[in-house]
Design a protein around this ligand. Sequence first.
Ligand SMILES: [Zn+2]
Length: 267
Amino acid sequence: MRYIEPHAHMVSRTTDDYVSMVATGCAAVCEPAFWAGFDRTSAAGFHDYFLQLTDYEPKRAAKFGLPHFCWLCINPKEAEDVGLAEEVLALIPEFIDRPNVLGIGEIGLNKNSRNELKVLEMHIDLAARHDQLILVHTPHLEDKFKGTKLTLDALRNNSRIRPERVIIDHVEEHTVKMVLDAGFWAGMTLYPGSKCSPVRAIDIIETYGGERLWMNSACDWGVSIPLSIPYTAMEMRKRGHTAAAVDAMIYQNPHRFLSQCAKFAIP
Ligand SMILES: [Zn+2]
């Protein structure tokens, strides 16, 4: 088995996780910029985080033979303070040409507030100006449907954004169709308690086809399972999906989307 983990917060994970991922066939890992589990107190905290994502973490992953890529942004949970967000966005161009940076993400909405929406639009504009791929986080539970709609509208309002270069992550049964119908890619997050379980993710694949879908563990500092992609692949095989269909879902699909960034390459 081979797979790409397109969404994992490895700065929060142990070296044992790197070993397990590589041993189960992980060929590359991609790390969106995210909340640290606490609010950073200044833009300087983000500067150091961007250094970690573009310098230290790829070196740590390389010790296990795993190519590491990342995405940059101020995440939606810290986007309520527009002034701070402006300072953080001003830092990003300094990092954007680094060899492991794939684009802008994970941006989006958390509580669907006006300030979050303003910061989302600022990120979309930044991505358009620098011709970057976009990775979008969608809100949890009751805010997800409305938040996904608002996000798609914000993306469509910027005429320079091409939907095939944007992935909307954490889709569920009630949001996946509107994302795919609008021409975007959709990501399913395999979580033990919320978001998608493996069974629900496979139901979605069987309902909508797997053409512009990927799966990820989104493992971070909370309860999450770094090996949820290979576990779900085993479940797909049990449900009768061929080895080729599994490979298309867990390796070829993320490869196809991410290769739109010339820097994405698996040796
Ligand atoms: Zn995430």
